[in-house]
Ligand binder design. Structure first.
Ligand SMILES: [Zn+2]
Ligand SMILES: [Zn+2]
Length: 359
């Protein structure tokens, strides 16, 4: 019975894979673009990103004026580097901007010049998480590493963590249907998110399970656009990609305008963003971690387009362990591991291997 089920399962999967390979080969041989159908409207990029592109060769310092400085100040204000709403002034490079830039440069491991120079403009133009880097006057990314061992480093203030349950549930709102495209199916989104939760479940004694009811879920995932009621507006393609709230709020928002992908091979867009990488980062916030200045940490705030990071660094895992301790021995306590039988996985690997040999 088991053998018959395996053979029938294998045949169906194998036939499907072969058809998919054939279709892909025919498509490519005909010169079709894999991301055909993705159309980015002109001027849909975040305005600040477009403007920064024109500034890369500038070097501005205290006393200078420039029409883009109000935008830069507003961005630094939103991230916590400048106090008080600085978006409506006259474009003067003042002391407040200089101090904010120094703090920004320190946080991002840049040369601390206090100038608006090329490396700083490049860093400011990278897509990033919408959560601030400075809160209550404390530059979160600069807190001494040694404090980590005391459980203070890289953690959201107050050491917020999930205490009501260690079996967390998550659900997607109906907005999941609004981001489907020729390069991204609803199942792609669910699988990428499940993989990201699974990665965290391997390092903390928590389980994550997808449930149907958005209202009842502890973690609520939504794809939203522009102002959406929580004061953290999204801004179009690139710029701010996403944000998530500290425990036990559970809100996890992604900018619907992004060109989300789960495979860079499916799109040639220079603005494509890997969904699983961003999900890993935001789940870190959902668990109680804050931004880190360790460049390859998943909790580093910015992420260039077309960059994939699907692993946690030691920096991330130690921060999580400081909050929750280590997981019990054995496989992760993840309840929603994508359904697949081991026989099918092995058979698929063999088929892929054969297709490579035959191509
Ligand atoms: Zn973040
Ligand atoms: Zn939001």
């Amino acid at each position: 019975m088991e053998r018959r089920r395996f053979l029938s399962c294998s045949c169906v999967v194998g036939f499907g894979i072969l058809i998919a390979i054939l279709v892909a080969k025919i498509s490519i041989s005909q010169g079709e673009e894999l991301d055909m159908g993705i159309r980015i409207p002109p001027n849909s990029r975040t305005p600040l990103i477009s403007k920064l592109e024109s500034m890369k060769k500038l070097e501005l310092k205290k006393g200078d004026t420039h029409a883009l400085l109000p935008d830069i100040k507003l961005q630094l204000y939103r991230l916590g580097y400048i106090e008080g709403n600085a978006g409506a002034d006259d474009g003067l490079f003042d002391e407040r901007l200089e101090a904010g830039l120094r703090l920004y440069q320190s946080s991002f491991n840049l040369p601390v010049t206090g100038f608006l120079d090329g490396p700083t403009i490049h860093s400011l133009s990278l897509p990033r998480c919408g959560r601030e880097d400075v809160r209550g006057g404390a530059a979160l990314m600069l807190l001494p590493r040694k404090q980590w061992m005391a459980g203070q480093w890289n953690l959201i203030a107050g050491q917020k963590k999930w205490t009501s349950s260690s079996n967390l549930t998550y659900a997607f709102s109906s907005t999941i249907g609004s981001v489907q495209s020729p390069i991204l199916s609803e199942q792609d989104i669910r699988s990428a998110m499940a993989a990201a939760f699974y990665t965290w479940a391997a390092v903390v004694p928590l389980s994550f399970k997808e449930v149907d009811s958005f209202e009842d879920a502890m973690i609520k995932i939504e794809f939203l656009e522009g102002e959406h009621g929580d004061g953290w507006a999204f801004d179009g393609v690139l710029g701010i990609l996403s944000h998530a709230f500290a425990p036990e709020d559970g809100r996890f928002h992604l900018d619907r305008a992004e060109i989300w992908t789960v495979s860079l091979q499916r799109t040639s867009s220079s603005d494509a963003v890997d969904l699983q990488t961003v999900a890993l980062h935001e789940i870190g916030h959902l668990l109680g971690l804050d931004h880190s200045n360790v460049p390859h940490s998943i909790m580093f705030p910015s992420l260039p387009p077309r960059v994939v990071r699907r692993f946690l660094s030691e920096d991330d895992t130690m921060g999580a362990a400081a909050l929750y301790g280590n997981p019990p021995p054995g496989p992760p306590l993840f309840s929603s591991q994508p359904q697949s039988c081991s026989h099918c996985s092995a058979f698929i690997l063999i088929l892929v291997f054969l297709s490579i040999l035959l191509s």
